[in-house]
Design a binder for this molecule. Structure first.
Ligand code: HEM
Length: 621
């Protein structure tokens, strides 16, 4: 008879091997294994085998056999019991290790003196954020102070809402915080985009891209302005349909389509009308980008067991992601091929072409020029035509480094338009319209400025929209109250002390711009919509790091100028031709979602009416 091995016994068999030597001769073992087998016992020897006259040899033999069998059985049970004990011991060790794994990171913040809510084993405080981040951020800061923390799964996060500390982290001590939080689940082409790149690769790609987003490029005739104008024409036609119907409608959706048309045109060299052409494959695939959420089952598993991400992320089937990635990759690669075959004069002047031009040029920017928000990129002219051996970015001489972008990186940057520019721009446009609808006196003031603008100019461009000071104040105040980039992060690269707070290597610093923008310490009556907060004098009297809609420092939003141009061009046309009116469907206050970006949760419903300004033809933009 063979005993069955449980998987666990197989695991413990080396222990029984040691015991094999101690087994009685009757408990035989088969070669190569240690389990006792039920082979007949060898003949008894010595005194114990002498015949007993009272029982007779047969009874005696039987007795001996039974005894030996019982002994063998008992010994077997002991071995089995030893196996069970080992099983239990290992199970206990496993549970102890699991418990240790589930709680061991949760002393880091306390050891740094950073106050935080009590974390749950494995999950930390992640369940605080099930409904979004903005409210929990406010609550955490209220309860634990302007520098406090929480655990996102096992990751310690330090919330910093102190403008002095932020200046240090984002600008002065940038080298200790050069990267964003690592997202290991990101795959190509998103992982190749500037948002996700790290260290030297980020620096190289950003140095190449910065000149493409410069004000010189924005104002260069025939690049961005005509492309945005074409998308604005479509927007006006679509809005006109709602004006004629007199119905309340979701203007956020219309701006989503407009932002998509701009991205398709500027980033992918493709003309679409996403409002009327939902079946367009570009629109169809691009819409999948905004469906990301933290609380997908796999994301939760990855937050709890982050070491599983790298081996598993490629193995877990994700048809939608794979389709989306291959669509955008082949789309961009096809265009690159077409452009390379065209003579230079016939190539469409869009952002994709600017990136392709970079392949043959040497134009790039140095780290000190990366700060778009503080206009650092405008202060130092970009270099051109550096010779081999010289660093074209004006940094200290070092071995020749190729300032090139691979095809994958070019695809990554095109996808970046969708990632960074779609929701941010469309939400900003929608909340400006919402605020104008519920503040008609501000809307009238804005319309007066716009009418005055069109008395002097035929159409908006990068330079003349800078004249629209009230529009600028309205957009700035809208971005204060509803900043789409309401939270952004930096990884702590090495142990560092900032303004007396110790930040451990590996922690994440999170900047709660949503809280900062409504902090009563910097903003009197913070809930009120007051564009006058952004007059030149008011701005000069405030801490500059209390307002961060586009971030700050070398890693600030590279697309800021493009976003501002797109937003102002669209709004100038909207308020020239239409007035916005709150309807019974307009939700006041606005319902917000705040997972990846901050924006309207269930759309922005308003009514729209045509103005009698002479600009009757909606396609006349
Ligand atoms: C209203 C519109 C926009 C807002 C509010 C916005 C806001 C932001 C914020 C807050 C950040 C993080 C900055 C930091 O970490 O310091 C950021 C980063 C970034 N944004 Fe924007 N953004 C907008 C539009 C755009 C557009 C249209 C693009 C187009 C390409 C873009 C490209 C980027 C990129 C590439 C980064 C990462 C920069 C880097 O890591 O080097 N953004 N944006």
């Amino acid at each position: 008879m063979e005993t069955k091995e449980s998987p666990f016994q197989m695991y413990t068999s080396h222990k029984t091997t040691v015991n094999c030597k101690q087994q009685t001769p009757s408990l035989t073992t088969k070669p190569g294994r240690c389990h006792p087998s039920w082979d007949p016992p060898p003949a008894p020897t010595g005194a114990a085998s002498a015949a007993d006259p009272r029982r007779g040899p047969t009874t005696h033999t039987k007795y001996m056999q039974v005894t030996e069998t019982a002994m063998d059985f008992l010994k077997m049970i002991t071995v089995e019991n030893q196996g069970t004990s080992v099983t239990i011991a290992l199970l206990l060790i496993f549970l102890a290790l699991l418990y240790w794994y589930s709680v061991f990171p949760y002393s880091i913040l306390a050891r740094c003196g950073i106050r935080h809510p009590k974390p749950l084993p494995f999950f930390g405080n992640m369940f605080l954020f099930r409904q979004g981040f903005i409210e929990p951020h406010n609550q955490l800061i209220k309860q634990y102070g302007r520098v406090c923390g929480y655990y996102l799964g096992r990751r310690p996060v330090v919330l910093v809402a102190d403008p002095d500390m932020l200046k240090q982290i984002l600008v002065k001590d940038f080298s200790s915080f050069p990267n964003r939080m690592t997202i290991k689940a990101a795959t190509k082409p998103i992982s190749e985009s500037l948002l996700m790149l790290k260290d030297e690769r980020w620096k190289r790609v950003r140095s190449i891209l910065t000149p493409s987003f410069s004000s010189a490029k924005m104002r260069e005739a025939g690049i961005m302005v005509p492309l945005i104008n074409a998308a604005t024409e479509t927007l006006m036609r679509n809005l006109n349909v709602y004006a004629e119907s007199g119905r309340s409608f979701d203007i956020h959706r219309c701006f989503g389509c407009f932002a998509m048309d701009v991205i398709a045109s500027v980033g992918f060299g493709t003309q679409v009308d996403s409002q009327n052409n939902l079946d367009d494959p570009f629109v169809h695939h691009a819409q999948k980008f905004s469906s990301f959420t933290f609380f997908r089952p796999f994301m939760v598993v990855f937050i709890v067991f982050p070491f599983l991400i790298s081996p598993l992320v490629g193995l877990i089937p994700n048809k939608s992601r794979d389709e989306m990635n291959s669509f955008f990759t082949s789309c961009v690669k096809k265009i690159i091929k077409q452009r390379d075959e065209q003579p230079p004069s016939q190539r469409r002047r869009d952002f994709l072409q600017l990136m392709l031009d970079v392949r043959s040029g040497q134009e790039c920017a140095a780290l000190e020029q990366f700060d778009v928000v503080n206009q650092a990129d405008e202060q130092v002219p970009s270099h051109r035509g550096a010779t081999a051996g010289e660093d074209p970015c004006g940094e200290a001489p070092r071995p020749v480094q190729k300032r090139m972008m691979t095809e994958d990186e070019i695809v990554g940057q095109a996808v970046l338009f969708l990632l960074a520019g779609y929701e941010t721009s469309s939400s900003t446009l929608a909340v400006v319209c919402y605020l104008m609808a519920i503040h008609p006196e501000c809307q009238e003031k804005l319309q007066r400025e716009v009418d005055d603008f069109f008395s002097r100019h035929d159409s908006p461009d990068y330079d003349n929209v800078q004249e629209l000071k009230y529009l600028e104040m309205v957009v700035s105040e809208a971005l204060r109250l509803y900043p789409p980039g309401f939270r952004f992060a930096r990884q702590v690269e090495r142990d560092v002390t900032v303004n007396g707070v110790f930040l451990p290597k590996g922690a994440t610093v999170e900047i709660p711009a949503g809280f900062l923008h409504r902090d009563p310490e910097h903003w009197p009556d913070p809930e009120r919509f007051l564009p006058e907060r952004f007059t030149a004098e008011a701005k000069a009297s405030r801490h500059p790091f209390a307002y961060l809609p586009f971030g700050a420092g070398p890693r600030s939003c590279v697309g800021m100028r493009l976003a501002q141009l797109e937003i102002r061009m669209a709004l100038v046309h909207v308020f020239r031709q239409f007035s916005l009116v709150a309807s019974s469907e307009t939700k006041v206050p606005l319902e917000l979602k705040s997972s990846v970006t901050l924006g309207p949760k269930n759309g922005v419903f308003v009514r729209i009416t045509r103005r009698g300004t002479g600009a009757e033809d909606p396609s006349q933009v």
